[in-house]
Design a protein around this ligand. Structure first.
Ligand SMILES: [Zn+2]
Length: 256
């Protein structure tokens, strides 16, 4: 049976990352990170070379693949050169997930918002929600969200699944307004957060995923909204116990 979904589990190596982060702090502190706006004829290797970086250092910092074609106006983060070795800040996403994010043919300006939802049910998977959206909601593209984050029931706790709508860069189906669906990425966390908060692993995965999408789509933290914040019709989604303020505040400070 054709199964269009690939799931990945966000990497969870607390000790290892703790050590890496300590190294990053120790070595990166003196380096000034700068950003650079891509000009016509720029290449990743050219920008890397001018800044004393390897292509993979620059690609990793921006969560793009080293073969990505740049586009004019794209903003690249240039890590400080004093940290210019393999200790540059690692992505916390599994390589396969980072690849799925990078490989999608994102057009400049395609996405202007990243919207967080809850499923309002305690169990779910790409398969079950895809089927529900196709059969009950009559959505020909199935799963209305671009990404799902599991809670241990139907998917792993903190597991991130990449939907076809991301891979094919299709409009979302997660908001009432079609105009908003055309510009808003949708992430859904499994669980009913009117009854309890998300799991710690879900929140960790959400933050890692959102940060990667912000880099990939050239968005800042102001583009990240809950469904309730963006919706034209009142909704409680993602639930009264979703930590909206704390989450949005975290995104405005550096990853850590
Ligand atoms: Zn919602």
């Amino acid at each position: 049976m054709f199964h269009p979904w690939i799931t990945y589990r966000a990497r969870r190596g607390r000790k290892r990352w703790g050590l890496l982060l300590a190294l990053v702090v120790a070595f990166a502190a003196p380096g000034r990170e700068q950003s650079y706006v891509v000009k016509p004829k720029d290449t990743l290797s050219g920008v890397a070379q001018r800044n004393g970086l390897t292509v993979s250092q620059l690609a990793n910092r921006n969560a793009i693949s080293s073969t990505t074609k740049l586009y004019v106006g794209q903003r690249l983060l240039i890590p400080g050169t004093s940290a210019s070795d393999s200790r540059s800040v690692p992505s916390r996403l599994e390589p396969a997930l980072a690849k799925a994010i990078n490989d999608a043919p994102v057009k400049g300006g395609r996405w202007q918002a990243i919207v967080v939802h809850h499923a309002a049910v305690e169990e779910g998977s790409v398969k079950s929600i895809d089927r529900y959206h196709r059969e009950q909601r009559h959505m020909e593209n199935g799963l209305a969200y671009h990404f799902l984050i599991g809670n241990g029931q139907g998917m792993g706790d903190g597991e991130i699944a990449v939907g076809n709508r991301w891979k094919k860069q299709l409009d979302g189906g997660h908001l009432h307004s079609e105009a908003q669906n055309q510009i808003a990425l949708g992430i859904c966390l499994i669980g009913d957060f009117n009854k309890h908060p998300p799991t710690a692993r879900q929140m960790r995965s959400l933050e890692d995923l959102v940060r990667a999408l912000m880099r990939r789509c050239q968005l800042d933290a102001g583009a990240v909204k809950t469904h309730q914040q963006i919706n034209v019709v009142h909704t409680q989604c993602p639930g009264s116990q979703f930590p909206t303020r704390a989450f949005l505040a975290r995104l405005k400070s550096p990853a850590g």
